[in-house]
Design a protein around this ligand. Structure first.
Ligand code: NAD
Ligand code: UGA
Length: 460
């Protein structure tokens, strides 16, 4: 293994692998980076003008390095053979079968990559867990190496990723911290420093936290659990606000001004979505149960229960407002992604809300600026033959004869819509259910809308 890193291989060209490696390529022009994946379509998209994921600033970053020191391909074995350091950035979904089903992380993709590394590495490598995995996964990776014919000792490091979608590029450019865990042996400590050297190209040493393997692996799950817990906490209070006349935005500001609490992650919503919060919480719950800590498991499970309740509460409120009859009512849906500035819909709360409205036989006119049409149909388990699901290419198309507008993603552009014109196009009474508290409720009420939001008293 070279002391200085010249070549990186990243297995997994997804929401983490693509942006993370693009940033390293941009900051370290002296390092060659191969991002490899089994998904040929995805790789072709990374090599095209239309990248497979939407992320502000990503396209410029990729174009700047692609073909110079950043390469996307399906040549997994070759890239592994040539690399000094290999990042595993594959998906780690919740298991759907066998022991730990619907709770534990499915490590089959991580294991498959470990096996390919064991079979193809012709010299000692540094293998980095970039994927989010349960604590002690490095042991499982090591077991794969030990069971193989290889005579080489590969160092296994944990280097979890903390980027959030929609802000991935700025998160990568100015991270709060870089966490690197490794074995506390001379070889392990050397590998930690080699990985830190890569980040040192643009991240100062004081932001690089070096720990043992298990602390690093566990910290990633705990960070997501704490963030999700804040969203569930504020959402639980939003329900209380609706009963008492308190305003959730005012309460969030009041408590967030306490420097011990802080202002971030206190935005009440229809509930958190995204590919990771739910799966990582389930994973934490499973670990607590596995290690005989049922009370701790129950505590973290309640964060998920609160999230499910919030999504249901919001959908119930819509149906109740129409006296339980929304069949054949036209409803405008603004936003389908799980948050703004991404085309990702994994676990988007919009899916649950739309499915509930479709069960009630409403007709949905859906607009999202970045999510592909087919993705919306797939997520809703339907297709373009369904007359009750119409995907629109302009938000204004969703208002014609609609009885309600529902905002499910906080895209900035939704603030600039001409709601006077929308109101004119809609049936009366015209409703707005703002699931993200992003619109000007006072102004909408003045236009004539019946406005309902999360955790706020109704405008008189
Ligand atoms: P993703 O599904 O977008 O990408 C994973 C990629 O791995 C896919 O393209 C898949 O084809 C590829 N892959 C799977 N098995 C493979 C194999 N054997 N060989 C080659 N390629 C293979 O997932 P993601 O969102 O990038 O997440 C990856 C990991 O990072 C997960 O563990 C996730 O929890 C974690 N994470 C995600 C985010 C995020 O914002 N999405 C942030 C931090 C951490
Ligand atoms: C989250 C974490 O923020 C990242 O640090 C982590 O790396 C990542 O998960 C991961 O491991 O995958 P992400 O899911 O991309 O990032 O986006 P967030 O900004 O955390 O939002 C998650 C969900 O919570 C969204 O649906 C968002 O709308 C919701 N949310 C967030 C709220 O409802 N209120 C808030 O105040 C903040």
């Amino acid at each position: 293994m070279a002391s200085k890193i010249h070549k990186i291989c990243c297995v997994g060209a997804g929401y983490v692998g693509g942006p993370t490696m693009s940033m390293i390529a941009h900051k370290c022009p002296d390092i060659r980076i191969d991002v490899v994946d089994i998904n040929e379509k995805r790789i072709a998209a990374w090599n095209s003008e239309t990248l497979p994921i939407y992320e502000p600033g990503l396209s410029e970053l990729v174009t700047g390095s692609r073909g110079r020191n950043l390469f996307f391909s399906t040549e997994i074995e070759r890239a592994i053979r040539e690399a000094d350091i290999i990042f595993i950035s594959v998906n780690t979904p919740t298991k759907t079968y066998g022991q730990g089903a619907h709770r534990a992380a499915d490590l089959c993709y991580v294991e498959a990559v470990s096996r390919i590394i064991a079979e193809n590495a012709e010299e000692p490598k540094i293998v980095v867990e970039k994927s989010t995995i349960p604590v002690r996964t490095a042991e499982a990776i090591r077991a794969v190496f030990d069971a193989s014919d290889t005579e080489h000792h590969h160092e296994v490091l944990s280097n979890p990723e903390f980027l959030a979608e929609g802000t991935a590029i700025s998160d990568l450019e100015s991270p709060d911290r870089i966490l690197i865990g490794g074995e506390q042996t001379p070889g392990g400590l050397k590998a930690i420093n080699q990985l830190a050297d890569i980040y040192n190209h643009w991240v100062s040493e004081d932001k690089i936290i070096k720990t043992n393997l298990w602390s690093s692996e566990l910290s990633k799950l705990v960070a997501n659990a704490f963030l999700a817990q804040r969203v569930s906490s504020i959402n639980s209070i939003s329900a209380l606000c609706e009963k008492t006349g308190a305003n959730i935005d005012e309460v969030a500001k009041a408590i967030g001004s306490d420097s011990r609490i802080g202002p971030k992650f206190l935005k009440a919503s229809i509930g958190f979505g995204g590919s990771c919060f739910e799966k990582d919480l389930l994973n934490l719950v499973y670990l607590c149960e596995h290690f005989g800590l049922p009370e701790a498991a129950q505590y973290w499970e309640s964060v998920l229960q609160m999230n499910d309740w919030q999504k249901k509460r919001f959908a119930d409120q819509i149906v109740d407002s129409f006296f339980n009859t929304i069949n054949d009512k036209v409803i405008s849906i603004l936003g389908f992604a799980f948050k703004k500035d991404t085309n990702d819909t994994r676990k988007s709360p919009a899916i649950d809300v739309c499915k509930r409205l479709l069960d009630e036989k409403a007709k949905l006119l859906i607009y999202d600026p970045k999510v592909e049409v087919n993705k919306i149909y797939d997520d809703l388990g339907t297709d373009e033959e369904n007359p009750n699901v119409v995907i629109c290419s302009d938000p204004n198309q969703t208002f014609e004869n609609a009885q309600a507008i529902i905002t499910l993603t906080e895209w900035d552009a939704f603030k600039d819509i001409d709601y006077e014109a929308a109101y004119q196009a809609m049936q009366k009474p015209a409703w707005i259910f703002d699931g993200r508290n992003v619109l000007d409720h006072k102004k909408l009420t003045e236009i004539g809308f019946q406005v309902r939001s999360i955790g706020k008293p109704h405008e008189p």
